[in-house]
Design a protein around this ligand. Structure first.
Ligand SMILES: [Zn+2]
Length: 461
């Protein structure tokens, strides 16, 4: 016992040789209050000094030994024992608060790049492997440290673009032994910052991909503008839209693309609306909204597209023949391709004197340009065949026995038959209806007129 005491006094209490702490053993003498009373004043001074030095010199092994060594001081002396380390930590807190103040007051010299050095400064000022060994005496000071780091993190978050510093700082401060009551606040804060940091990192990583889809979005907006301005027709808009992007590729993008995916879907919906509003183009309007429906969007958005689709389908049913060319049942009618027909309806007829009164109306049958072309091609075939037939008939009639009139009429009839058959071949090749009165009479908008007694032939007296 006295041997140990001699060693303690000589090596530690007087010379401050801290190596002693490495092989400190529990001894029954430490429990004697007389011994503690005697040794405490010396012990406090040396303990305080060695604890401070080991922290300053980053000597974790020595720091650990001291903290775990027998506490040979009176409980009333606790402030003396931890005085230097407490002061040191306070000065480090002030240093961090100073940096924060400068950032808040826009007086800081840090820039986007050098602000990252703060992470190292904070970790060096408050090494968690040291601080987490400290006794509960330091609890309030640990909280002060955590609060100081947290405020610095917030200031950096507000003043700089980078999120990595705040993310690292808040992540670091929760590795400290913060008291249970204050812990959730810091942890929540960390979660929020981590989420934003992760989002930003993900966005940065995917920037080139997002740019590509942002361009697709711009192209669609251009299509909408051109459709609104009647520079392009629905059919062109729809074809351009389909060539613009691969829907499977868009749908396969991960959740970071949700926003752009939704924007693209809504732009396509606007294009569909524009095709309908500006061009009455039901067919391409429906085709376009169907494309929007194929894009993976939220359930709410998806429902909107479905409603649009249903409304358009209703309109299509209601205005069949007006909104889609009656002859091909495929294309949108074109303004300059419509067929004008006069219809008549007898209003009164008298026999003495023989007189008929009637009213008439010019009706317009919507038709597409393509059908107009094919009809005129068919009409041409018919005329040509009749001219050739009549010519050949006249010649044969004249040569045979001078009945060139009969020959001509026969030839005309044969020509008409041949031409009609050629024309109907042309129509069936193109899968369209002919433009005869019978065919036109079957048009949905004329059916009711026929039912009311209207005809294509002018009533004669
Ligand atoms: Zn047509």
């Amino acid at each position: 016992m006295f041997q140990f005491f001699g060693k303690l006094t000589n090596e530690f209490l007087i010379n401050g040789n801290s190596a002693l702490f490495n092989n400190f053993k529990q001894d029954s003498i430490f429990k004697l209050s007389e011994f503690i009373d005697f040794v405490s004043p010396f012990y406090c001074v040396q303990f305080d000094k060695v604890l401070y030095q080991s922290f300053e010199k980053n000597n974790l092994e020595l720091f650990t030994s001291i903290i775990k060594a027998p506490q040979l001081f009176n409980p009333t002396d606790v402030n003396l024992v931890f005085k230097s380390l407490t002061n040191l930590l306070n000065s480090k807190i002030s240093e961090i608060d100073q940096i924060r103040n400068e950032i808040e007051n826009e007086e800081s010299n840090y820039d986007e790049d050098s602000i990252k050095d703060i992470i190292g400064i904070v970790k060096r000022n408050f090494p968690n492997n040291f601080l987490n060994l400290l006794p509960t005496y330091f609890q309030s000071q640990i909280l002060k440290i955590a609060t100081s780091i947290n405020r610095l993190s917030n200031a950096i978050w507000d003043a700089f673009e980078t999120t990595v510093v705040s993310y690292e700082l808040t992540g670091y401060l929760i590795t400290l032994n913060i008291d249970g009551l204050d812990r959730p606040t810091f942890e929540n804060n960390y979660k929020i910052i981590k989420k934003r940091h992760d989002d930003k990192t993900e966005q940065k990583k995917n920037a080139p991909l997002l740019k590509k889809w942002a361009n697709v979005l711009l192209e669609i907006r251009e299509l909408i503008k051109r459709t609104d301005d009647k520079k392009i027709k629905g059919v062109v808009g729809f074809a351009s839209l389909n060539n613009l992007f691969d829907i499977n590729e868009l749908n396969a993008l991960p959740s970071f693309a949700n926003e752009i995916r939704s924007q693209i879907a809504f732009s396509i919906r606007s294009l569909s609306i524009s095709m309908w509003n500006k061009h009455n183009d039901i067919k391409n309007s429906i085709g376009t909204i169907k494309l929007a429906m194929k894009i993976n969007v939220s359930a709410d958005d998806s429902l909107k597209f479905k409603q649009d689709f249903e409304e358009l389908t209703e309109l299509e049913k209601k205005y069949r023949g007006v909104l889609i060319c009656h002859f091909c049942e495929k294309n949108t009618p074109d303004e300059d391709a419509k067929i004008s027909k006069t219809m008549y309806k007898e209003t009164s007829r008298t026999y003495f004197p023989r007189r008929v009164q009637f009213s008439y109306v010019d009706v317009e049958i919507p038709r597409c340009n393509s059908c107009k072309q094919i009809h005129s091609q068919g009409g041409g075939q018919k005329s040509l065949s009749m001219v050739i037939g009549a010519g050949v008939g006249v010649i044969i009639g004249a040569i045979a026995d001078e009945h060139f009139i009969i020959g001509g009429l026969l030839g005309l009839g044969i020509g008409w038959l041949v031409g009609s058959s050629q024309a109907s071949g042309t129509y069936s090749n193109h899968k369209i209806k002919d433009d005869s009165s019978d065919s036109i009479a079957a048009h949905p908008i004329l059916r009711s007129r026929f039912a009311e007694g209207w005809t294509f032939s002018k009533p004669s007296a």
